[in-house]
Design a protein. Structure first.
Lengths: 489, 444
């Protein structure tokens, strides 16, 4: 599911116009824009007019000018694309439907169409559209209610309030003393310390859980199956005791299902600190599915990079992140795709290195196969886990990399030599763990970049030599990255 | 003034009597769904204990007493709807729809032993016995059963288990938590009880939650929990009680847990409507609102609501969840905050556990006492007692100490009489002085 799924087609186009302008330094020709959106001139005109109206309605410091040739964006420093998204989402009927469902749990078509001031038939249509997007979460709006596994429903609401709806609204409306107290209680029960950012995540989760707690006939059958290997898990046991004791103080009946839901959430959403997690990892059952996939993936990583062994803290960190990734893959379905990090990581192969992206895909294959989960295009959870692997791999490679000395020894005319050496250094700057400089004969280097084969191999001593195919080419950059990685491991 | 009260059990009757005391001329009408009046929920246990020879004797008030107080009551009157705008109550009485108007309404409809999570728990073969007719049915069914499964190891469940083993029945208890009676006792106090339970041959399943109950053709019932199941002749539901209030209108605000929201004067969100007893939350040992369904609270809230009918006069003081009982040869009492429950509180607590000899004789019985107190101020927050001797009365003194915010040091200075023929040592001295050296060491 994408944020755009909550918007209408024309609204998505409008947002895209903003996005394109931001990506192109605020300016784009009319024709480029037409080309990019592949729409007719008339429809671009309509979109631009509609943007103008919407901007006028809100008090954002944003303007789009167009003179028939150039479209230009003027945005004050305090406004980001995020704000523009927010403004569009605030008007979204689909967002309203989910908010209403969250608040009231149930609606009738008449009641909701009146509330949203739309016809019943268009409400039906919106619900149908929403359902196509909810499908990947394996939940569905039916008979005015959200149907599906309880864990999935709460997970969806969580993603919705964390990434799509304005969470500050939810927090200001529901997060009172009772919630802060609940977090404290949880800390005491788990003997854990929860960081401020995680506290907020947890409060959102608890608010959602609170509104769901008295729903009758919650479905937990699937979760019960998934939990079978965890019934003796020490963390689960603590959570179970906490859940039963907490609800025994109210006239609310809960069963293990409630504890299982919280177990899955706490592990998948990295609520525990690394330290607290480490304590848990030491006592958890290594043969349970998540732990065993953690080990398998960790070993695959270690073998891949030829590490003899990782520094102690880095290994701990790796397991910490792997468990989160794998807990998500094990328990959950569907995800909300957030453009920023995910797209950046998967698209900027330049910086990341395509082999890492490729390797991350492989790791995903390892884990999903182990969990017997079919990776399907429509389930964005698989897509969103890849950048997490990538991110972990970058973390590991950059922390284990020693600083490699790279010498640039270009054999071209003097003036160009200096300029191109500088440009090459500039291009290499994003690469981690290297120090690049113009070659100096008396120094030792790990890697030499040159454009001609040296007459005498020995002049570069032990250094590995790479002959640039074409100075500043992406092709070379890819190869250089691969070499750096090899030298590092 | 016309006061209508829904429910004529502890809370409703207490409210009626107090209203009469304060308003000699008021018209007071009690509407009660049950066909009989004032059955004591624990009646079946009294019968099994042979303290009454007839279940029907388990009554806390008679019809005559109500008549004498000029209180109208309708038994078999089931309230189906209320309209707080028009101030009317609709009820079904002798198969007729009746409407009654009110000036003041007190909702005392209490709670039921019901489970929405346990599939099959509503069927008749699953015994509950809070009401008289239910208790009669349970009595008959248990009589002909050899093996009884009890769901829930709270006070009611453990008491029942004790009484049934004494009748040579085979008993299985299934409890979700990892020890029994967890609301009242800390885990470090329960050992003697759990030992006695297993010594008496009871099959105690801890940390297990029942999912479904199925009736079998041969009159047997199978209870499924986790991956396992147990089949027995009868099943007793002794899980938490919960309010069941389908007749409310939308103006009355509820808490998430479906209890009626009331203020300190027990007023609901609607003017002239009060709620009491098992259908509300109370301020608990730590002054936070929690659900404590106990008779003592029902009676006290009934009285407080009646006092505040015309104007807010007294606020409800809250509950320390004081209990006392005897199970498996041990007297058990608890009041105030347990150490386990202190995680819900902002306070940092300390605790101390002592074994006390009740007399100086060599063969004396002992009592185990646990104190929970504020680490900083030493104000006593809770106490738990276990002994083979009857020390139950002591818990009331301790409750008073907690209510009046005494510190551990204050308690050492209390004045108790001693006479060898009338007092045990434990009664003579304030317990605290027995805490001796260990007083300020947190045992855990
Ligand atoms: C087996 C058992 C043993 C217990 N033992 C103890 C004990 O030893 N000590 C202790 O402190 N507590 C005990 N309790 C708890 C105790 O029963 C309750 O706290 C107490 O009964 C609450 O009183 P109440 O008046 O608020 O509600 P209830 O006793 O639940 O009474 C509510 C009344 O309202 C009536 N009613 C409900 N709906 C309607 C309607 N729509 N129309 C008309 N009438 C209606 C009901 O029929 C009922 O008579 C026990 C509970 C159980 C289940």
């Amino acid at each position: 599911m994408k944020i755009e799924d909550f918007l209408e087609k024309n609204e998505v186009r409008e947002i895209t116009i903003f996005k394109q302008l931001v990506l192109n330094n605020g300016k784009l020709t009319y024709f480029d824009m037409l080309d990019y959106l592949s729409v007719s001139k008339a429809s671009l005109e309509t979109d631009l007019d509609s943007i103008a109206v919407k901007i006028a309605e809100c008090d954002l410091q944003v303007h789009i000018h167009y003179d028939g040739q150039i479209i230009a964006l003027e945005m004050s420093d305090t406004v980001s694309l995020q704000h523009i998204y927010r403004h569009y989402l605030d008007q979204s009927i689909k967002v309203e439907i989910i908010k209403f469902l969250f608040k009231h749990q149930k609606f009738t078509i008449t009641q909701l169409s009146q509330k949203l001031v739309i016809s019943e038939s268009s409400l039906y249509r919106k619900i149908k559209e929403l359902n196509t997007h909810l499908k990947e979460f394996d939940i569905k709006i039916r008979n005015g209610q959200l149907n599906g596994e309880e864990l999935q429903i709460r997970y969806f609401y969580f993603q919705f309030y964390y990434y799509i709806e304005d969470k500050t609204y939810l927090l200001s409306k529901y997060a009172g003393k009772q919630m802060t107290q609940a977090v404290q209680t949880l800390e005491k029960f788990l003997d854990a310390e929860i960081s401020p950012e995680n506290r907020q995540k947890l409060i959102i989760w608890l608010i959602i859980s609170k509104t769901r707690i008295t729903i009758k006939d919650q479905q937990v059958d699937n979760l019960r199956m998934q939990m079978k290997p965890y019934l003796k898990d020490p963390l689960y046991h603590k959570i179970q005791v906490m859940v039963f004791r907490y609800f025994s103080r109210y006239s609310i009946e809960v069963d293990e299902g409630e504890a299982m839901i919280h177990f899955a959430y706490l592990l998948a959403f990295s609520i525990l600190s690394e330290n607290d997690f480490h304590e848990y990892r030491m006592i958890r059952d290594r043969h349970a599915p998540i732990a065993s996939v953690d080990t398998q993936v960790a070993e695959t990583i270690i073998i891949h990079f030829n590490f003899r062994r990782l520094p102690y803290m880095l290994e701990r960190d790796m397991y910490y992140h792997l468990t989160h990734i794998h807990t998500r893959l094990y328990f959950f379905q569907g995800d909300v795709e957030i453009y920023e990090y995910q797209e950046i990581l998967s698209n900027e192969k330049q910086i990341v290195g395509s082999h890492l992206v490729f390797f991350a895909d492989e790791l995903l294959k390892v884990s999903t196969e182990k969990f017997n989960r079919e990776s399907s295009e429509s389930n964005s959870l698989f897509r969103t886990e890849v950048p997490k692997y990538i991110s972990l791999l970058i973390l590991i490679t950059s922390k284990t990399a020693k600083v490699l000395q790279v010498g640039i020894d270009l054999k071209i005319d003097d003036l160009y030599k200096e300029t191109f050496s500088q440009l090459l250094m500039r291009k290499m700057r994003p690469l981690n763990g290297i120090q690049t400089e113009a070659y100096e004969p008396n120094k030792t280097y790990d890697l030499i970049l040159t454009n001609e084969s040296p007459e005498n191999q020995r002049i570069y001593k032990e250094a590995r030599v790479y002959i640039l195919a074409k100075i500043l080419s992406d092709y070379d950059m890819e190869n250089i990255q691969q070499i750096i990685l090899e030298l590092n491991t | 003034m016309k006061v209508v009260i829904i429910g004529a059990s502890f809370a409703g009757v207490a409210a009626a009597l107090e209203t009469r005391k304060r308003h000699p001329n008021a018209r007071i009408v009690l509407l009660e769904k049950q066909a009989t009046l004032a059955y004591i929920p624990n009646g079946l246990h009294l019968y099994w204990k042979k303290e009454i020879e007839d279940l029907n004797k388990a009554r806390f008030i008679t019809e005559e007493q109500l008549v004498k107080n000029h209180i109208d009551f309708h038994l078999g009157a089931n309230v189906e709807k209320i309209n707080t705008t028009q101030k009317t109550v609709n009820y079904n009485y002798q198969e007729k729809e009746e409407v009654i108007t009110y000036d003041k309404l007190i909702i005392a409809a209490g709670s039921k032993q019901l489970s929405e999570k346990i599939n099959g728990s509503a069927q008749e073969s699953v015994l509950k016995y809070k009401r008289y007719d239910e208790a009669q049915a349970a009595l008959a069914k248990v009589k002909e059963s050899n093996h009884v499964t009890i769901i829930g190891g709270g006070q009611v469940g453990v008491e029942a288990a004790d009484l049934l083993t004494r009748q040579q029945k085979k008993v299985t208890i299934i409890e979700s938590m990892d020890y029994v009676m967890f609301k009242y006792l800390d885990k470090d106090m329960i050992q003697p009880i759990q030992q006695a339970i297993s010594d008496s041959g009871i099959d105690l399943k801890l940390g297990e939650t029942v999912s479904t109950i199925e009736s079998k053709t041969n009159h047997k019932v199978t209870v499924n929990y986790g991956e396992e199941s147990v089949t027995s002749d009868a099943v007793i539901m002794s899980v938490n009680v919960r309010p069941h209030l389908p007749f409310l209108d939308a103006h009355i605000n509820l808490h998430i847990d479906q209890t009626i929201a009331v203020d300190r004067y027990l007023r609901t969100s609607v003017k002239d409507v009060f709620a009491v007893g098992d259908c509300i939350q109370l301020s608990g040992p730590d002054k936070d609102n929690i659900y404590i369904p106990l008779i003592n609270n029902a009676v006290r809230t009934g009285i407080v609501a009646a006092t505040n009918l015309n104007k807010p006069e007294i606020a409800f003081k809250g509950s320390l969840r004081t209990i006392g009982t005897k199970i498996f040869g041990h007297y058990i009492a608890s009041t105030g905050m347990t150490e386990s429950d202190s995680v819900f509180s902002n306070k940092t607590v300390k605790s101390s556990r002592q074994k006390i000899r009740l007399t100086s004789l060599p063969s004396t019985e002992t009592a185990i006492v646990k104190w929970v107190y504020d680490a900083k101020t030493h104000v006593v927050l809770g106490a738990q007692l276990i002994s083979t001797a009857n020390i139950l009365e002591k818990v009331n003194t301790l409750a008073l100490a907690i209510q009046t915010k005494q510190t551990i040091e204050d308690l050492q200075q209390t004045d108790y009489f001693f006479h060898p023929s009338y007092t045990q040592m434990i009664a003579t001295t304030n317990l605290v002085s027995w805490m001796g050296e260990g007083l300020f060491d947190d045992e855990n």
